[in-house]
Write a protein that binds this ligand. Structure first.
Ligand code: ADP
Ligand code: MG
Length: 402
């Protein structure tokens, strides 16, 4: 019987890339393409519109950054590629990858995000940025003021499209797309393709090719997923007990609201060093510093809401704790995608706190990831006794974790 060639492991060498690109990829330490990269890159470098769907943490950034770097004119001065992403943190990550993957050729990247000096950003543009990465709000702002020349744009990328629509960027995105040159290439990357994303693609993309590697790949096998049933007012005690028991080396705790994030932060930061929180009400300079410290491993515990937590790539995170069960299944997938990532070999662990009333929400998540979350019982802690844990329990738990 004849063997099919497609069973061979994909290699960057087979994707039609230039030798400059190949050597930059090597320098970046990428040995072989991920599934989405192997499927998406050859289509995208042809210049056609393309939708890429793949789980969080599978390398979607390089999947569109590589085709951009291969297609743009590195001698030209006007922006040729525009990447829209939902958060400032993600903009920075995309910009960093673009710089990293263009080590041996000139490529100027501008990061255009809110909460930072407009003047500095305009200066970068004036120096002739070829790739512009930004959040929709600030991009619109600079476009309207005539400070961002989009007439030479050849590629527009909608990164984390599902999340951008989730957080209300649709009007801004549509405004931007309507003003961009008609004959541009549009690339759309997303972990999920709910109807609003499909509608956007239908309206603003030309006959897009669909590259979907998300099937059976929702939750990475390298993540152990547990659930802990607990009463709402027993959650804090549960969290400190769990931390004391598991003693994670770096943990990301997700809350549903900014207020809960603030509250948890107050409890832990008072008792421990290397704890921070992240949500959209905090100043941009603070958010940047926190992300930098977290990535550098200087923070042991980060408490975050979904908006900022999503898409953040920190390969050293060992544990995810969903202090509140995520509102949507997609958020669950995104949250646990923060650990056990492509760039780390270690197995990740995710705990999800579920109240008795949230059984249905848990079932929806389990259906979505096609896995039953294994019940986890924290030792010596009654998850259902009336009233919150005593202060001494909290103090003692935090001490044993720290
Ligand atoms: P996604 O956008 O799909 O959530 P990212 O683009 O943020 O994923 O990539 C996740 C991590 O994987 C990043 O740290 C990135 O540097 C790394 N990575 C990407 N492609 C490869 C590859 N081919 N080999 C090894 N690591 C990779
Ligand atoms: Mg991404």
């Amino acid at each position: 019987m004849k063997h099919r060639e497609s069973t061979a492991e994909p290699r960057f060498e087979d994707l039609g890339l230039s030798s400059k690109m190949l050597s930059a990829i090597k320098k970046a330490g990428f040995e072989k393409p991920s599934a989405i990269q192997a499927a998406f890159i050859p289509v995208a470098i042809e210049g056609v519109d393309c939708i890429g769907q793949a789980r969080t943490g599978t390398g979607k950034t390089a999947a569109f950054v590589i085709p951009i770097l291969e297609q743009i004119d590195h001698e030209a001065d006007a922006p040729q590629a525009l990447v829209l992403t939902p958060t400032r943190e993600l903009c920075q990550q995309v910009a960093d990858q673009a710089v990293r993957l263009s080590v041996n050729r000139d490529c100027r990247v501008a990061c255009i995000v809110g909460g930072k000096s407009i003047k500095q950003q305009v200066d970068t543009l004036k120096r002739g940025a070829q790739v512009v990465v930004g959040t929709p709000g600030r991009i619109i702002d600079l476009m309207t003021r005539g400070m961002l020349n989009i007439s030479k744009l050849e590629i527009v990328v909608l990164d984390e499209a599902d999340r951008m629509l989730d957080i209300g960027f649709r009007p801004d995105i549509e405004k931007i797309l309507r003003r961009c040159p008609e004959d541009r290439q549009t690339l759309l990357l997303s972990a999920t393709l709910p109807p609003p994303v499909e509608k956007l693609a239908k309206r603003y993309m030309h006959d897009p090719e669909m590259v979907d590697v998300s099937a059976n790949d929702i939750a990475p096998a390298t993540i152990k997923q547990y659930c802990c049933t607990v009463d709402e007012d027993r959650k804090l005690g549960m969290l400190v007990k769990l931390l004391a028991e598991v003693r994670p080396s770096q943990v990301l705790v997700f809350t549903r609201t900014k207020r809960t994030a603030d509250r948890l932060h107050a409890v832990f930061s008072k008792r421990l060093p290397h704890v921070a929180h992240l949500h959209s009400d905090l100043q941009q300079t603070v958010r940047d510093r926190v992300m930098k410290q977290f990535r550098a491993g200087q923070l042991r515990m980060l408490i975050a809401t979904d908006v900022v937590g999503r898409g953040i790539d920190v390969s050293s995170v060992t544990h995810i704790i969903n202090y509140d069960i995520p509102e949507s299944c997609d958020d669950y997938v995104h949250r646990i995608g923060r650990t056990g990532r492509l760039s780390s070999d270690q197995e990740g662990v995710a705990f999800t706190f579920v109240t008795k009333q949230q059984g249905e929400e848990l079932t929806r998540i389990e259906n979505r990831v096609n896995t039953l979350l294994e019940p986890y019982y924290v030792q010596n802690y009654d998850a259902f006794r009336a009233g919150p844990a005593r202060r001494s329990v909290v103090d003692d738990g935090v001490k044993r974790f720290g």
